[in-house]
Each structure stands twice: as C-alpha cells, then as structure tokens.
Design a protein around this ligand. Sequence first.
Ligand code: HGY
Ligand code: MN
Ligand code: MN
Length: 416
Amino acid sequence: MTGTKRDGATRIIARCREIATHTEVPGEITRRFLTPPMHAVHSLLRQWMEAAGMTVQVDAIGNLRGLWLSGIPNAPRLIIGSHLDTVPNAGAFDGILGVILGVAVVEQLQQRQLPFSIEVIGFSEEEGVRFSKAFLGSLAVVGKLDSETLQLTDEHGISIAEAIGNYGLDPAQLPAALLSRDAFAYLEFHIEQGPILESERASLGIVEALVGQTRMQLLFGGQSNHAGTTPMLLRHDAMAAAAEWIVAVEEYANSHQGLVATVGKLEASPGAGNVIAGRVKTSLDIRHADDNIRHAAVDALTQIAKTAATKRGVTLTLRTEMEQSAVPLDLHLTALLQTAATKAGFHSNRMTSGAGHDAMILAPTIPSTMLFLRSPGGLSHHPNEAVLPQDVEAALVTAMEFLALLSNDKTKDRHA
Ligand code: HGY
Ligand code: MN
Ligand code: MN
C-alpha cells in the first residue's frame, strides 16, 4: 500500500483515539447514551463531516447524521453507520470505527460522481448500558422505538424521554428520525471483537448473519441475617443460590456447541462481609446462531435458577431485557461485498457475528451487510481493544470497490 493510503488509515485510528478521550470516567473510556461527553463527540464528528462536504444533524434520539449528496436529483441513499456509545471501560474502536470509516469513505469521494447519496449515521445507543435497553438509536430510525420504552429509567430514575430532553433534544420529534424513504441499503464496518480473523491471518471478514441473543436480569430474594449467629440450616442465602446457578450457567454453555452464556453483573445487598446476602441481582446474556437452541438454553438455565433458589427458601424474579432473534444479512449485498474485497486484493471468509450490531436492527427494513476488521488478540469490550492500520486501509479500499459495484447494481434502483 502506498504511503498516502497508510496515512489515511493512521488518521482514521487517530480520530478513533481522539473520540475516545471524551468519556464519563477520566482514565477510561465509558460513554453511555446521551451522557455529557457525547456532546463533544458530536461536535468533533460534525467538524469532520462538514469538512467532507456533508450536512449534519442530530435526530431526536441523539443519532448524529451526516449526509453527502451525490449531485443527482432524487438519488437513492446508501446508509453507512455504527454506534458512538460504549460499554464501561471500553476500547477505542467498538462502534466508533464504523462511523469514522464512513466519513473517510465520503472524504475519498470528493471529486467522484456516484448514482446515490451517502448518509453516515453515528447511532446514539447500541450497547444498552444506561437503560438496559440496546439499539435505541437504530430502533428509532426503523420506527420500532415504542413509547413504553421511553419510560425506562436509569440508576438515577431518569427516563429515556427525560435524558433526551436533558441532552437538548425533543422526544416529540422522534418520528422525524425515521430512515429516509430513499434509503436502499446499509453497510456497517465493525471490529470483529473476537479471535477468528486473527486465527485466519485475515484482515477482513464478510458477515452473513448475526447470532440471536437473550439478555435477562435475575433477582434472588433471600433474607439478610447475622453471619455469625445464623446456623447454616436456617439461612435463606441469596448469594449461595446465585453462586450455584452461575457455575451451572458456565457448565451448561460448555456442554452445548456454539452456545455462549455470560453472567457479567452481580450486585449483592446489603454487601457487608458479616451479613448473609438478602438480595442478589445478576445478569444473563445468552447467544446462539440457532434461536431454538438459545430458547432451550434460556428455559434450562432459568429452571436451574429456580431450583437453586427454592432449595434455599429464596425467591427468584426474572426480567427479560432483550429478546433478539438471529438475523441473516442480505445475500446479494454480502456477495457484492466479498467481491469488492477480492477486487481490492483481500481474501475474505464469510462469518457469523457473535456480537450484536445495529445491522441486525436495520436488516429487516433495508438490505444490510457488514465488513469485519481483525481484532488483534481477539480482544474487545476492553481498554486494549485495537485495530491494525493495514486492516483499516484494507477496509477503505474494499469500501471504494463496493461503491463502484453498487453503482452498477440493481439494489440501488429499489426505490427508483
Ligand atoms: O454485546 C454486543 O453484542 C455488542 O457489543 N453490543
Ligand atoms: Mn460492543
Ligand atoms: Mn459494537
């Protein structure tokens, strides 16, 4: 690759790292839905988007939307997007890279004429950390954000609707956030967040499907009591019930091919070493490419939780926070993307995403496809998450080939 191309990749990585400095927690990268640092992220991206000749607006759910017009009247629109929010103590590339690469694609187009326009969307909420509800940004653009969801509250009792207002936006304007009717396809660049591409020594992967996922909250309700004076037989120990269940979750997932199950959160109260835990709140994240296997796992693991609770005289309360079926991406666009990678000189394999992405929310509405970039060390949702300059450049060159193929493809005429 020539120097300038590598410089382009280096600049994209530098921009991701600049965005990463805008965080709720100094010293780490944490940026949840419509928290104050998102203002700085929006103004930085607006600067870069406007310099690339895009008009920029923030919609009522806080998605940042940059539009590059093709110059042809009533041209259809390709959407390129990913998310701007992060998990706690995140890396610098999950989500952000897809938006910065979208801007870089537009920057490469400066003198070119395309038969379609490009809208780059930085979605405001994909991880679902602040309100335990993922994909708020992409759900809004496909019209699936219901009014009940707007009443969900965060740990301070602030509702989504209030958070929108506190950010300076108007929830009444949500209908205007819908995708433009001339949107004909969606492309998302994203780090793989896993070890497969690195094991294949591949820069890029072509995503043909995303696994389904269930996310739940389990509340074990026991009885707090004195750790020293309460005989073991008289206890209703919520922590012991949860602990027995958590070990069973790992054992179940280890014995079912392709299933992943994670208990990532555990909050015990009252949380003192000399008090038997009266209440334990845990999370459960279950994923599999086959929805039937995932549903069977949810049933089995919730039954195991009930047994572990009942035998200790502990109650169990279940709350489902996400029920997302597995999503196949568009066959034709995915084939086009793989052809583009080949034309760009990069071998790429088809793969299924173990992570959820905004593409799974858009795919039922417009033909969607995803390009994965290798994750060094297979690491993500971690401060050491990284991306290689040569892989960023490979993605950019592939994107330009994809635009050329799309220019002569019938998909863009869907809305003609
Ligand atoms: O958790 C996920 O699947 C993604 O990182 N939102
Ligand atoms: Mn993520
Ligand atoms: Mn992501």
